[in-house]
Write a protein that binds this ligand. Structure first.
Ligand SMILES: [Zn+2]
Length: 92
């Protein structure tokens, strides 16, 4: 399981919206209520990097996450570059 930010566009009314899910699930249009809209794009948010003071913290959403990402800290680095390298290897 991973964590995704899904991007949707309604086939019926053209409304665009995003939602976070633990999968690339279908969603319901917030404007017209059309069901079973499939995301046209999806960002993988399984790992995120947040700056905390002078450090960059790598957060990972565990396999068990279901209703929210339940981020856990997996590393702290002095530069964003190091944090990015670590997060890229953590995703595999
Ligand atoms: Zn709609």
């Amino acid at each position: 399981m991973a964590w995704f930010l899904n991007h949707y566009k309604c086939d019926r009314c053209g409304r665009r919206w995003t939602d976070e899910w633990s999968c690339m699930c279908d969603d319901e249009c917030p404007r017209c209520g059309a069901r079973d809209m499939t995301p046209y794009d999806s960002d993988n948010l399984t790992t995120v990097i947040e700056q905390e003071g002078v450090e960059f913290v790598v957060l990972l959403s565990p396999e068990t996450a279901e209703h929210d990402p339940e981020y856990r800290e997996v590393g702290r680095f002095p530069t964003r570059k190091q944090a990015l390298r670590f997060s890229a290897s953590a995703k595999d």
